[in-house]
Design a protein around this ligand. Sequence first.
Ligand code: NAD
Length: 254
Amino acid sequence: MKAAAELIAGAKRIVVFTGAGISADSGIPTFRDPLTSIWAHYDPEKLETANAFRENAALVWGWYLWRRALVAQASPNAAHLAVAQLAQTGREVTVVTQNIDDLHERAGSSGVIHLHGALDLPKCFACHRTPASVSLDHQFVSEGLSVEPPRRPRCNGKLRPGVVWFGEDLPTAVWKRAVQAAQGCDVLLSIGTSGVVFPAAEIPRIALKSGARVVHINTTETPLESPLEMSLVGRAAICVPAIVSPIAMPGEVV
Ligand code: NAD
C-alpha cells in the first residue's frame, strides 16, 4: 500500500481506469457476481447485444430499466470520492471508466471518459440519433421483466440504451482520448476490472508500453506481466482512499 501511495505522490499525470468492481462497494453487482434479483436466471452477456434487442426489445429494455433503478438508488463510495479528491491535488487526473453508471460524476470527477457509454443517454435503434429530450423516470418502477421501450417521435424507431453492447465498436473519438491519456500518464490505477472485456482491457497495457507504472486494485490477485506493475488485493473502497489520502489529506496515516 505504501509503495503505491508513493508512486501516486510522485506522479504528475495519472489515469484512473475503472471497472464494475469500483461500483460493487456501492451495491451495484459486477458481471462476476451471481444475480439474486428477478434477473437471477439471465446472463448479462446475452442480454447486452443488438441481436438480443432485435429478438426481444422489451426484455432488454426492462433489464436496463432495472440497472438504472439500481444506480439511482446507489451512492458513490469512498473509492469514487478518493478518485475525485486526487484531482484536487494539482495532478492531472483522467478517469477512464468501463462503467455505464454515473457514480464518478456524482463523486465530483469531471471529464470522465465512458468507454462503454452511459445508462442515461438512450439513442434510437433505427437511426442511431439521440433524442433531444427523453424522460424515462415514469418507467423506473418496472412491474416485471419486460417493458416496451419508448419510440423516437420523429422516426418511430425504438429507443435503446446509449451503451456499447458486446460485439459493437467503441466510439472512435472516445477510444482515442483514452489511449492518449494512457500513453501520456506516469501512473495508471486500474481499479476493479477483470481485464477480459476488449479493447478496454488494453488501456493498462498501453500505459505500460509507454513506460508508466500500473497499480491494480482488485479483490483478487492480478497476474502481473511486467516489473512496472503491482497488485493490491482488497476492496476498492478501502484501498483507493488508503493510497490517495496521504496526498489528498496529508497527516492521515496509510
Ligand atoms: P467485471 O464484472 O468483469 O469484473 C469486476 C472485477 O471487479 C472483478 O475482477 C472482481 O474481482 C473485481 N471486484 C469485485 N468487487 C470489487 C471490489 N469491491 N473492489 C475491487 N475490485 C472488485 O467488470 P469489468 O471488468 O468492468 O468488465 C465487464 C463489463 O461490465 C464492462 O463493460 C462494464 O461496462 C460492465 N458493467 C458495468 C457496471 C457498472 O456500470 N457499474 C456493472 C456491471 C458490469
